[in-house]
Design a protein. Structure first.
Ligand code: PLP
Length: 397
């Protein structure tokens, strides 16, 4: 017997990038040496001291039982201490922090925590596609906020109509930004808080790439802006900062009523994470932090190799300011999908077509900095041999 899927499940957005994985697979199966710059999976291992903590904690029988609902107090205290140390932000560990099964789980849950069917949520376009899944699961209405290059990939709030602002109950933001690599400054968050206060909008700032900022500029936390806790929360994940993507651990921090709503939903859905993972996460947040600056330097050198290399072969690109992605304009004769297909077919390089991140992503491809400098140089050489950007160099001469 085959059982039918619920209408809710059928309404979920199609996973655009599943087809990219398939396409890449069809080349690697044939033995092609594909340089995969299309995904967002950190390539470095979790720092040793965190893994060691997990090993010890895994042997402790306390962690073989159900861990406390809502997570270990020690992890919540570690998260609060982390925010105080890194951003000077005070958080109450029990009331202003909720432990999450990774940032994605929190981001997908939040619309269900705060919205009723038909309520409006403001979502950046281009943006992380999992936001759309949360919107659909809550049966909410999505209003896109275009992120344009001429506005440094920040939303221009004056483009929202008075009706949209009046109806909006939730807003997602994400800086350093996936996919554009843009960052936000204090003024932008101050402006956002003012708008949110005036229109009673809850702001959810996704700070997944909080640890990755270039050119000496440290990414700014939304919670550093005055009044942030009044109007929203920040989602922090250990996936990128500590190369712990497989561990599934993160937390939400900020507004008490939102934290209470997340905790309530999670009480119904899960117990909490494996206690040993939580202990290791606390070690990550409180232990030595050289691994974080080392990782930032690694991504910055890779970015420089890629951007300098592409500029030298005539591709006019802008360097990302944060995150581990570069957002590159495709040549005019191609759509983003056509160009990604072209690079895969002709150069065995996989990149993510911008349209997969929303309609305003058209005209760009996203390139990950998640492979060695040597492979990035090789990618540049392969693109050079296609000679599509050569005319730019000739024109410049
Ligand atoms: N937010 C953004 C913008 C991301 O790119 C990702 C992961 O790629 C996440 C959130 C979720 O990260 P995780 O679920 O591993 O915490």
């Amino acid at each position: 017997m085959e059982f039918k899927q619920s209408e809710l499940l059928k309404s979920l957005p199609k996973q655009f990038f599943a087809s990219l994985v398939q396409k890449v697979g069809s080349y690697t199966e044939k033995g092609a040496d594909v340089i995969n710059l299309g995904q967002g999976n950190p390539d470095q291992p979790t720092p040793e001291h965190i893994v060691e903590k997990l090993k010890i904690a895994a042997e402790n029988p306390v962690n073989h039982k159900y861990s406390p609902f809502r997570g270990l107090s020690s992890l919540k205290q570690a998260a609060a201490a982390f925010y105080k140390r890194e951003y000077g932000v005070d958080l109450d560990p029990e009331e202003e922090i909720a432990i999450l099964f990774g940032g994605k789980a929190g981001l997908v849950e939040i619309p269900q925590c705060l919205l009723n069917p038909g309520d409006t949520i403001l979502v950046p376009d281009p943006g992380y596609p999992d936001y759309w899944s949360g919107v659909e699961l809550a049966r909410a209405k999505m209003v896109k906020m275009p992120l344009r290059e001429e506005n440094d990939f920040l939303p221009n709030y004056t483009e929202l109509s008075p009706e949209e602002l009046a109806e909006a109950k939730l807003m997602f933001l994400n800086y350093p930004n996936n996919p554009t690599g843009a960052i936000a400054d204090k003024e932008f968050f101050d402006q956002t808080i003012e708008l949110a206060q005036k229109n009673e909008i809850c702001v959810v700032h996704d700070f997944a790439y909080g640890a990755i900022g270039f050119d000496g500029k440290r990414p700014y936390s939304f919670l550093q802006s005055k009044g942030a806790k009044e109007v929203g929360i920040e989602i922090y994940t250990l996936s990128k900062t500590y190369n712990m993507a497989g561990w599934r651990v993160g937390f939400a921090a900020g507004n008490k009523s939102v934290i209470a709503a997340i905790n309530l939903l999670q009480d119904h859905m899960y117990v909490s994470l494996f206690g040993a993972v939580q202990e290791a996460a606390a070690e990550a947040l409180l232990g030595p932090q050289q691994c974080v600056s080392g990782l930032n330097n690694l991504y910055e050198s890779r970015r420089n190799v890629l951007i300098e290399g592409l500029t030298n072969i005539g591709w006019r690109v802008t360097a990302p300011k944060g995150s581990f992605f570069a957002w590159l304009k495709v040549p005019e004769q191609f759509t983003s999908v056509e160009f990604a297909d072209f690079l895969l077919e002709k150069a065995h390089i996989a990149v993510a077509p911008g349209i997969g991140f929303g309609e305003y992503g058209e005209g760009y491809v996203r390139v990950g900095l998640l492979t060695s400098e040597e492979r990035l140089r090789e990618a540049v050489n392969r693109i050079k041999s296609l000679e599509i950007f050569k005319k730019n160099i000739d024109n410049d001469l």
